[in-house]
Design a protein around this ligand. Structure first.
Ligand SMILES: Cc1cc2nc3c(=O)[nH]c(=O)nc-3n(C[C@H](O)[C@H](O)[C@H](O)COP(=O)(O)OP(=O)(O)OC[C@H]3O[C@@H](n4cnc5c(N)ncnc54)[C@H](O)[C@@H]3O)c2cc1C
Length: 499
């Protein structure tokens, strides 16, 4: 081959690479543009605003739910010959819809398997669950109106049908927010028992001629068995139970304050989970912890808490920040008085780490907004970004944390702004920050020092939030106006109002 042919091939190769790079950059731009459009018009704006009992539902969520309902209605009504046959089809569809809610005992596992957020998994669980309830109700009505319908409590099959239907009805009634808030543990265990009764009742309800329909239930139960086995194996491995190094232990320390009446109240518990086998935890991930000896009822409970410690490597010790509430967390604080100066140690098992992590590598500046214990969710990201800045492994050049807390300000300190800390970088403001101007400033990139006379492309801004509902809604609305300037919103796995 002569030299001109080699030049031609090399030039051709370089040209092809350039064209390829250009196509990729156009695609990336289009993908960016597409994702901005989707966020601006579908995922961020609410169609139904937040209410005590329902919502909020974004436009995207309404479209998806309506499409899902429409598909089910279409499948019921397509070429039906009578109401009874529509009812039969509704029953069959209910069994198909049931595959998702029945496929795992723990939604955190299912979310991990599907690579989605815990919150999204809960929404799918809720939507498929309610669809099943509606379809079963329609099935019952359609069957009752049939002239050949007969029912006798002396028939064991009918008896189990009634038990299954009643369990589903009670499950639907008890699924409201009030009941969940009243006692999460009773709600959860009740929900599981009623679901099991419903499945058993349905299995017995399906007579021999309907036996093929049992397959849907066996598929669900097979998936449940498989995910449960997987869950158990991961639990045994991560907790190092058969490694001969002992079980994990939770060391709990408390922070407290005195009230005006000189009463000591615990404001937070810090839990350090000492692990027999190191675990890789990504920023923003959480564990479900089981601490059986905290109280009589705690052995039945597992609770999700975000891992606040972060390391590039596997961790031997995971740190958690726990807000004292009413159940396990309140029981924990009862040990505080005995251990205010030191720590208490409990045997603890955990599942996880669960949850998704936000890719922070593409952002030049990050604005982290937390209210109250939302600080736990943003802390590992702060650690990761500071590490990335110090080691030049991330693009990040600016970090801005806004922490919203209710604190008692003594007179004399009650200025609008008080600066403190060695570098005067911590400011204590009273009142509500002007989030609109803060986000505008961060989006402009003006707060980042740049070399003079050098054209530098402005980097993207990440707004990360773990805060109370009203603040989150407010920030969503503001960020929506800055998406085209490269601002991205990330709502973390833990939002303080979840609990
Ligand atoms: C992904 C995720 C991460 C979290 N991270 C933290 C954290 O880092 N620090 C922190 O203080 N809190 C965190 N929470 C909230 C914490 O899990 C609850 O506050 C805690 O479980 C309450 O327990 P309790 O029994 O003391 O309170 P309760 O007073 O009995 O319950 C209060 C509320 O907590 C929620 N809750 C209770 N048990 C569970 C459970 N097993 N699963 C899910 N929700 C439950 C319910 O909504 C309930 O209404 C997180 C929640 C989730 C979903």
């Amino acid at each position: 081959m002569d030299i001109s042919a080699i030049y031609a091939i090399t030039a051709g190769g370089v040209f092809a690479a350039l064209v390829f790079a250009r196509i990729i950059s156009i695609l990336v731009k289009w993908t960016d543009l597409f994702s901005v459009l989707v966020s601006r018009h579908l995922t961020i704006p609410y169609f139904v605003h937040r209410h005590r009992l329902w919502g909020p539902w974004s436009r995207a969520s309404v479209i998806l739910h309506v499409t899902y309902a429409a598909m089910n209605i279409f499948l019921i009504l397509f070429r039906i010959t009578s109401l009874t046959s529509a009812g039969r089809r509704a029953g069959e569809l209910a069994l198909i819809n049931l595959v998702f809610p029945l496929s795992a005992t723990h939604l955190s596992y299912l979310a991990d398997l599907l690579g989605i957020k815990w919150r999204t998994c809960c929404r799918i669980h809720r939507a498929t669950g309610w669809m099943t309830i509606v379809l079963v109700s329609f099935h019952i009505i359609a069957m009752i109106q049939d002239q050949q319908f007969s029912f006798s409590l002396y028939e064991s099959q009918d008896m189990f049908t009634l038990i299954g239907a009643a369990s589903l009805g009670i499950l639907a009634l008890c699924s409201n927010t009030w009941f969940r808030r009243w006692s999460f543990e009773i709600f959860l265990r009740g929900h599981q028992i009623l679901a099991a009764l419903f499945v058993y009742g349905t299995l017995r309800h399906l007579s021999d001629e309907n036996a093929p329909l049992n397959h849907y239930l066996w598929i669900s139960l097979g998936a449940l068995g498989l995910t449960s086995c997987l869950q158990l194996m991961i639990l045994l491995y991560r907790n190092g139970l058969f490694a001969g190094r002992g079980a994990p232990r939770a060391l709990v320390t408390f922070t407290s304050k005195k009230t005006n009446e000189d009463k000591l109240i615990v404001t937070a518990a810090r839990v350090r989970v000492l692990l027999p086998r190191p675990v890789q935890v990504e920023a923003g991930q959480y564990i479900n912890i089981w601490i059986p000896s905290v109280s009589v009822r705690s052995w039945t409970q597992t609770h999700p808490f975000t891992v606040t410690s972060w390391s590039r490597h596997r961790q031997d010790v995971m740190e958690l920040l726990v807000q004292p509430r009413h159940g396990l967390s309140a029981d924990l604080t009862r040990h505080a008085l005995a251990a205010l100066e030191s720590s208490v140690s409990f045997l603890a098992l955990f599942t996880g780490p669960h949850g998704t992590t936000e890719d922070v590598s593409q952002y030049e500046s990050s604005l982290l907004i937390a209210s109250g214990f939302g600080l736990a969710a943003v802390t590992p990201y702060i650690k990761k970004m500071i590490y990335g800045y110090n080691t030049s492994t991330l693009l990040v050049r600016r970090l801005h944390l806004i922490l919203n807390v209710s604190i008692y300000v003594r007179s004399g300190l009650a200025n609008d702004k008080t600066t403190f800390g060695e570098h005067k970088r911590f400011c204590l403001y009273q009142g509500t920050p002007d989030y609109e101007s803060i986000i505008a400033l961060e989006a402009s990139g003006d707060m980042i020092e740049r070399l003079p006379n050098i054209q530098q492309e402005r980097g993207r801004t990440l707004v990360m939030i773990s805060a109370a509902d009203d603040l989150r809604d407010h920030i969503r609305e503001i960020v929506r106006g800055y998406l085209h300037q490269g601002v991205q919103l990330s709502e973390l796995e833990y939002q303080p109002n979840d609990g």
